[in-house]
Structure formats: structure tokens, C-alpha cells
Design a protein around this ligand. Structure first.
Ligand code: NDP
Ligand code: 8X3
Length: 249
């Protein structure tokens, strides 16, 4: 029987490309998101492959549990979970940033990821196998102006991934925190609330990571032998690197 991969946030960006690469390799793919039309489009695009979609909001614990419990037998034994759904809202510095935006990021990137993980863990623990990918970010490792709560949610994801590994000792379940840098997806359109000019300007004149790059990396990691666990992996476009610490005079 082919393996089952469960991908949150498959209606766009990284998640959509992940769905394609796993489906085309013969996996049974479960894709989730809030946008019905997008899920249907993906199903149409991958009609020759084994794909199942679930529409729910990761922020709603009851919806998450209901959706996962509703999975047909064929998709229940999840081998790979990719906790990818997430977002940044705003790039204002903390004094100007919106507390509502902060709450949405916390509810999605932290609490949503926890609801999904908690619902799927028992399946993996019982089978004593599984691979959990959490999508962190360079923003969880390196501070930048306006990164405030978004970066902090990704630091949470990193530390939770490490602690999860610790708790899962003896279960054979692997956990990787993948930490991408700047990638061109709908991420900036969401961050700038539909201001596509501002979003596009982020990538002008540079060669950012593409969703395909991240999908390819996840796919490659998933093929490593089962005794190999990559704890965390940070990846940036070549044009992105480090800045110095600053001193105010
Ligand atoms: P996109 O905006 O292209 O995709 C985000 C996905 O998350 C969409 O499928 C969206 O689906 C889903 N999503 C967002 N909120 C919810 C929600 N409440 N419930 C269910 N699904 C939700 O961005 P990316 O592909 O770039 O982002 C994917 C992940 O990668 C995120 O966690 C992001 O933080 C992270 N990341 C992105 C980087 C980048 O530069 N692009 C770099 C590092 C990390 P829908 O709207 O249909 O619900
Ligand atoms: C997305 C990367 O640098 O825009 O996580 O925060 S960044």
C-alpha cells in the first residue's frame, strides 16, 4: 500500500507544490485549506492521482478533530504530516502593529499547528512510525524589524519540534523543523493584505526561493532512511544572508 501524506495549507504556495510532488510519486495525499474552490482546482489538476481534500480552518479545534475523524479508511493511517498552514500579517514595528493580527498569527501558526499535531499523533504513536514536518522560518532564528510576533510564532514551532522529538523517544516517529527564508508564494500578498504591488516589490530584482524548491526539499528529506532524523534545516535563497548587529549612537 502506498503511504499517506497529510498536508495543511495545500491551496497555495509550498503546500500546493508538496501535494503535487507526493501525488505524482504515488502517495495517497490529503490536502487541507479553507478555500473550497482552490481545493477543487487542485483535485482537478491531480485527477489522475490519489488525492483527498478537507476544508477546515486550523484555528478551530472542533473543525480540526471532526475533519481528521472523518477521513475515509484509505487515508486514516497517516505516514507523513506536513504542518505547513500559516501566515504573517503586517510588517509594522511592535508599537504600530495590530494586536488582532498578532492574535491571528498565534492562533494559526501556533495553536492551529498544535491542534493538528495532537489529532494526528495518536495514529502515528499507535503504529510506531511516522514523519512530522513543521514549517518554521528563518524568521524564527533571526530577528528583523516588523518580524515581532510572526518570528516569535516560528521560534515556538522550532522549540516545539525539538521538544516533540524528545517526547517521542522510542516511537520511531521523526520530526523535522524546516526553516525557509524568503520564498515567492502568496505569503507577502497575505502579509500585506492584498496589496500586490507591495508584495511584488519584495521580490523585485532578486531570485527568491520558489515553492517548488521547498516541496523538493521536503520530498527529499522524506526519502531518507528511517534511522536518519534531520532535526532542523534552515534554507535561504543565495541572495539572502546575514546582517550585522546594530549599535545606536
Ligand atoms: P501561502 O500564503 O502561499 O500559503 C499559505 C497556506 O496556508 C494556504 O494554503 C492557506 O490556505 C493556509 N492557511 C492559512 N491560514 C489558514 C487557516 N487558518 N486554516 C487553514 N489553512 C490556512 O504561503 P506559503 O506557502 O509561503 O506559506 C506556507 C508556510 O510557510 C507558512 O507556515 C509560512 O509561515 C511558511 N514560510 C513561508 C515563507 C515565505 O517566504 N513564503 C518562508 C518561511 C516560512 P487557505 O487560505 O485556503 O486556508
Ligand atoms: C517567511 C520569511 O523573512 O519573510 O517566513 O519572515 S520572512
Amino acid at each position: 500500500m502506498s503511504k499517506v501524506v497529510f498536508i495543511t495549507g495545500g491551496t497555495s504556495g509550498f503546500g500546493k507544490e508538496m501535494a503535487k510532488i507526493f501525488a505524482k510519486d504515488g502517495y495517497r495525499v490529503v490536502v487541507t485549506g479553507r478555500r473550497d474552490e482552490r481545493l477543487q482546482d487542485l483535485k482537478d489538476e491531480l485527477k489522475d492521482f490519489d488525492i483527498y481534500t478537507l476544508k477546515f480552518d486550523v484555528r478551530n479545534k472542533e473543525e480540526v478533530d471532526r475533519a481528521i475523524n472523518s477521513l475515509p479508511e484509505r487515508y486514516k493511517n497517516i505516514d507523513i504530516l506536513i504542518n505547513n498552514a500559516g501566515l504573517a500579517l503586517g510588517l509594522e514595528k511592535s508599537p504600530e502593529a495590530s494586536i488582532d493580527d498578532w492574535e491571528v498569527m498565534i492562533d494559526t501558526n501556533i495553536k492551529g499547528l498544535l491542534y493538528i499535531t495532537k489529532a494526528i499523533l495518536p495514529i502515528m504513536v499507535e503504529r510506531k512510525k511516522g514523519y512530522i514536518f513543521n514549517i518554521g522560518s528563518t524568521a524564527g532564528n533571526w530577528p528583523y524589524e516588523g518580524g515581532n510576533v510572526y518570528g516569535a510564532t516560528k521560534s515556538f514551532v522550532q522549540q516545539f519540534s525539538f521538544n516533540l522529538r524528545t517526547d517521542l523517544k522510542g516511537t520511531n516517529i521523526r520530526v523535522t523543523n524546516l526553516e525557509p527564508g524568503m520564498a515567492k508564494t502568496e505569503f507577502s500578498n497575505v502579509r500585506f493584505k492584498g496589496d500586490s504591488k507591495k508584495a511584488d516589490s519584495m521580490y523585485e530584482g532578486i531570485k527568491p526561493l520558489l515553492a517548488e524548491d521547498i516541496a523538493h526539499l521536503i520530498f527529499t528529506l522524506s526519502k531518507l532512511p528511517e534511522h536518519v532524523n534531520v532535526n532542523s534545516l534552515e534554507v535561504m535563497p543565495t541572495c539572502q544572508s546575514y546582517g550585522p548587529l546594530v549599535v545606536e549612537k
